[in-house]
Design a protein around this ligand. Structure first.
Ligand code: SF4
Length: 355
């Protein structure tokens, strides 16, 4: 039988801590302002949640500021050019998020009059919004008593209840425990409070139990097992893929690039033409016949499911139209910041920068 901990006391303790220690985040309404009646903007909540998937708060801040300065409303984002949004997203990774961001903004503008729906199922039906993001928007923007499970919350729950089942098998149990603790009063602030606790105090390697608002009821602290939780199933080693990228420049500085297909890795992003990426040695497939020279060094980059080693070849780009399926970008139109990180590394290596 489960040990039961009185739910109101726990959520109240945590909310009191949050009222004093909430992180100052650009997309957040501070607890005092929220109590004074300031409502969060669902657009900003949604945008931040999409950006934060697989990405740290520190990495997201500048992107969030740039996006909300350039496109302050969901209608403004819906009306943006695809290439502008992909360019602003460059470097943040997981580019399917950016494509879905645009689709979602356009769906909200076209089908919901520019207002995010409050209904959970309606949120779930929008492009790029899965169960986690729908729960986060419902809780944070609309103060619904949703259970919002991210890595921080999983870690806190595993420790609070001293759960040793490895992830991902432990997920249903952790969610059930989190649901038991979620209050009806201030559920939006509570959801953010658990995330903050995990991000600032209940950290992965060295939890600061001495200053934790939940130190007394925490079962892992009492058992001395906190630093080893949550347990995780061993990860498979990532395979290594290899590829060749071709960097060609015309005498006037114009560059040969490609817009990658919408589906697949780095979909919709600018990049250098290249060979397929495979575990077998890369096959040269230059975009046009020329005396291609190999550059010393190589680009190394890690994606979610594999490591990539990219070798680079360069050649002068002749005058005339671009080879089929490729783009010639004039020097003054080229912004290295529009490239996704792996393509930017290739550019930097070519230009003599470090990778
Ligand atoms: S007491 Fe320690 S292990 Fe338990 S929730 Fe707080 S920081 Fe985490």
């Amino acid at each position: 039988m489960r040990d039961t901990i009185p739910e109101p006391a726990l959520s109240t303790q945590l909310l009191e801590w949050y009222d004093r220690h909430a992180r100052d985040l650009p997309w957040r309404v501070a607890p005092a302002d929220r109590k004074a009646g300031v409502a969060p903007d669902p657009y900003r909540v949604w945008l931040s949640e999409v950006m934060l998937q697989q990405t740290t708060v520190a990495a997201v801040r500048d992107y969030f500021h740039r996006f909300t300065s350039r496109w302050p409303t969901v209608q403004a984002l819906a009306a943006a050019e695809d290439a502008d949004v992909m360019g602003e997203w460059a470097g943040l990774g997981y580019y399917a998020r950016a494509r879905n961001l645009l689709k979602c903004a356009r769906a909200v503008a076209a089908e919901h009059g520019g207002t995010f729906p409050e209904d959970h199922d309606a949120l779930l039906s929008l492009p790029g919004i899965g169960p986690y993001t729908a729960a986060a928007i419902s809780a944070i923007a609309f103060d619904a008593p949703e259970v919002v499970m991210d890595g921080n919350v999983e870690r806190v729950m595993a420790r609070m209840f001293d759960i040793h089942t490895p992830l991902p098998d432990a997920k249903p149990d952790l969610k059930a425990r989190a649901a038991e603790l979620t209050p009806q009063d201030r559920p939006g602030d509570y959801a953010q409070a658990v995330m903050d606790l995990g991000a600032t105090i209940c950290s992965p390697k060295s939890p600061a139990c001495g200053i934790c608002p939940w130190r007394d009821p925490c079962q892992a602290r009492a058992a001395g097992t906190a630093p080893e939780l949550p347990k995780k199933a061993p990860k498979k080693a990532k395979p290594v893929r290899q590829g060749v990228a071709y960097l060609a420049q015309r005498a006037d500085g114009a560059l040969l690039l490609e817009r990658r297909p919408d589906s697949g890795l780095l979909g919709g992003m600018l990049g250098w033409p290249g060979s397929p990426w495979a575990e077998a040695p890369a096959i040269d497939r230059p975009p046009f016949a020329a005396d291609w020279q190999s550059l010393p060094g190589e680009v190394r980059h890690t994606f979610t499911h594999f490591h990539l080693i990219l070798t680079l070849r360069t050649a002068p780009l002749p005058d005339g139209p671009a080879p089929e399926g490729l783009l010639i970008v004039e020097r003054h139109d080229f912004r290295p910041s529009d490239l996704p990180t792996v393509m930017r590394k290739a550019y930097d290596l070519w230009r003599g920068g470090s990778v």
